[in-house]
Design a protein around this ligand. Structure first.
Ligand code: GS8
Length: 221
């Protein structure tokens, strides 16, 4: 085995919400890793070799073997480094519910944000509406708990936290206030940001806004 085979390597980009999930999970577990920033307009041979089907980031490379898809990677991390900060509940039913809500974030939040950020006219309006509807479902699920995981930060928290640093951009471009609709969710985000593991893993919201503006500019929006 070479040095790279023993290391934990994360292929990602600083602003990718999917890579942020993995960063938060690794930080919660206290795992040392090497972060390799990918240029998605010129993907590295290692990324193409490690994720030949989707060719997307994030990819976690552990003991020389790649794991793809952010939620699958977070589950993998939870299973491998199981002695510290469990993310999924031990009860099978509770575990199924955590997976359900994390999956809902991918199925409902992500598509609505795409429409909100780059959609025009009706598509943009639908994106705004669907975004708030999805967040309200999550607000209800969170209820008065400190975290989706209950008293401890868990799998659903990690899945949604990745969006925390994007919220400012959605609010500005969507001309909306998340707090107006989902006050518990905003308080949850602030609570999570008090954790070093989270604060050091998230991207700067202002950088994200600039990035999105230049992306929209390139699209002629
Ligand atoms: C999504 C990864 C993804 O879209 C996951 O890991 O959960 N379901 C996957 N990655 C993006 C960057 S983040 O916006 C990506 O790699 N895009 C490049 C492309 O679409 O070709």
């Amino acid at each position: 085995m070479g040095d790279d085979d023993r290391k934990v390597i994360l292929l990602g980009t600083v602003h990718s919400m999917f890579a942020i999930r993995v960063r938060v999970a690794l930080a919660e577990k206290g795992v040392d890793y090497e972060f390799r920033e990918e240029d998605l307009s010129n993907r590295s041979p290692l990324l193409l070799k490690s994720n030949p089907i989707h060719k997307k980031i994030p990819v976690l490379i552990h003991n020389g073997k790649p794991v793809c898809e952010s939620l699958i990677i977070v589950e993998y991390i939870d299973e491998v480094w199981k002695d510290k900060s469990p993310l999924l509940p031990s009860d099978p039913y509770q575990r199924s519910q955590a997976r359900f809500w994390a999956d809902l974030i991918d199925k409902k939040v992500y598509p609505s944000t795409r429409k909100l950020l780059v959609g025009k006219g009706e598509e943009y309006e639908a994106g705004k509406k669907e975004f708030i509807e999805a967040l309200k479902l999550l607000e209800e699920q969170l209820g008065d708990k400190p975290y989706f995981g209950g008293d401890q930060l868990g799998f659903v928290d990690v899945a949604l936290l990745a969006y925390q640093c994007w919220f400012q951009t959605y609010e500005t471009l969507g001309n909306l206030s998340i707090e107006e609709h989902c006050p518990n969710l905003v308080a949850w985000g602030k609570r999570c940001m008090e954790r070093d593991t989270v604060a050091k893993s998230l991207a700067d919201p202002n950088d994200i806004y600039e990035l999105v503006l230049s992306f929209r500019n390139n699209l002629g929006l």
